[in-house]
Design a protein. Structure first.
Length: 453
């Protein structure tokens, strides 16, 4: 009976946390829709693999949509995020009867002081970057095999849903391998090896799904074109063409003068009206585009490294969430607007009446300070708590704090290097820092009280 009551309590707190995570889309009146949303929605129906992103999030939408409403996707994202937050907090907090309540309080506090609710409410794959980190921690710490299986599933979903998540996962495997070798603890080494296997299987699975759906097996769709776009913004692409076009017969060489005219123009190669991508395409001349990427790395790696480092620093601090909460146009073609109209016609009026679509400044941030200003305060607390954990020889807590910071920094490097700095790319994971701080502070206070009592 006691275990049954405990289970009911856990389910109740999970549902309450999930509900709290939905406060922002509920306040908006509808899930948040981005210009990329339509691609995901259409791929969830026709199973067409997009040219510039994996189909994983489309598959998630299809699996989550048990009823014909986009709220089902938000509910699924809220439940998964709530579970990971509660269980990671529990695993890191000292054992006590009140631990589940403390984990619940930490989750609620994180929801109130961050924009995590926004990313739970967006029909985008962004929330799964944070899932990847939390699921990694849960996989390493949980004593339960079934929960490791759930964490592995969350990692798989994370890897499948966005190009950048593949690179985030590879970085996690590399970092974890280094830590495991330094720690030299057999149990931890074995757990790290199993985690590496999960990521490898996830990447291979993504490739097999692509083949099954009659497209190229690469787990990062359009990755070479996206990289070439970044190289163009750095001035590297033009330099690469000048050095190689005399010997190579690349399709882009025929448009070298056009590339030179638009040298360093932001996003021109991907979205410009006269961009060569409209001719060569994401899915054409793949071998040539990959050859150009390697040629650029050989000739200009110093420039790429310096430009990427500067952009990574900019990306780390570029976290304002309001920049892309804009209404979708109704008077001109819009893939996302058309997707909602065609797939959820019964919700079109609700979507139009949402705060986002009315351009009425949806409420997603509750604090009276700017997001990057709050980040400075949180980083100070994180470093102070890391020093305290080091002083007390709390290795797990020290690893949790520094690991979370390293993951957020790695996210900035990945996104800045491969896509360029964009506000939402960092905001999608920066909420993990106050979450980590709240857990570490609670654990420290708990241990100090126990030592005195």
């Amino acid at each position: 009976m006691k275990n049954y009551s405990r289970l009911i309590l856990r389910v109740a707190l999970l549902l309450l946390t999930a509900l709290a995570l939905m406060w922002s889309p509920l306040s908006n009146g509808y899930p948040f829709i981005h210009s990329d949303t339509g691609t995901y929605l259409f791929s969830s129906i026709n199973f067409g693999v997009p040219l510039d992103r994996p189909i994983g999030y489309g598959l998630f939408i299809r699996a989550a949509t048990l009823a014909p409403t986009l709220w089902m996707v938000v509910i699924a994202q809220a439940l998964g995020t709530a579970y990971l937050m509660l269980r990671v907090a529990e695993c890191l907090l000292p054992p006590s009867r009140a631990r589940i309540w403390l984990a619940f309080a930490i989750a609620l506090a994180t929801i109130l002081i961050t924009t995590v609710s926004l990313f739970v409410g967006f029909i985008l794959a962004d929330i799964f970057a944070a899932w990847l980190w939390l699921a990694t921690i849960l996989f390493l710490l949980t004593p339960y095999r079934f929960e490791r299986a759930l964490a592995a599933l969350a990692c798989l979903v994370g890897v499948w849903t966005h190009n950048s998540h593949v690179l985030l996962a590879i970085g996690l495997v590399g970092a974890l391998a280094g830590v495991a070798l330094l720690a030299r603890r057999r149990a931890f080494l074995a757990r790290a090896a199993w985690y590496g296997a999960v990521i490898v299987v996830s990447i291979l699975g993504a490739m097999l799904v692509n083949v099954w759906l009659y497209t190229t097996p690469s787990p990062t769709r359009g990755g070479d074109t996206i990289l070439l776009s970044r190289f163009h913004e750095m001035g590297v692409l033009n330099q690469t063409l000048e050095q190689n076009c005399a010997q190579q017969k690349w399709a882009l060489c025929e448009l070298q003068d056009l590339v030179r005219v638009h040298d360093r123009e932001y996003r021109w190669l991907l979205h410009g009206a006269d961009s060569p991508v409209r001719q060569i395409g994401f899915d054409k001349h793949n071998d040539e585009q990959r050859a150009m990427v390697f040629a650029a790395l050989r000739c200009c790696w110093q420039t790429i490294a310096v430009e990427s480092a500067a952009e990574s620093w900019r990306q780390f601090w570029l976290i304002q969430s309001f920049d892309y909460l804009i209404p979708l146009p109704q008077d001109k073609p819009s893939v996302s607007y058309d997707a909602v109209r065609e797939m959820y016609p019964q919700e079109l009026a609700t979507f139009r009446a949402s705060a986002q679509q009315r351009d009425a400044a949806p409420l997603v941030w509750l604090l009276p300070v700017r997001e990057n200003g709050m980040l400075v305060v949180e980083l100070i607390f994180l470093l102070a708590l890391a020093l305290a954990a080091l002083w007390q020889r709390q290795r797990v807590m020290l690893g949790w704090l520094l690991g979370t910071l390293a993951f957020v920094m790695w996210n900035a490097v990945v996104m800045a290097t491969f896509s360029g700095a964009v506000t939402r790319y960092q905001a999608r994971v920066v909420w993990l820092i106050p979450f980590a701080v709240l857990i570490a502070a609670s654990a420290l206070i708990f241990r100090v009280r126990n030592a005195r009592g």
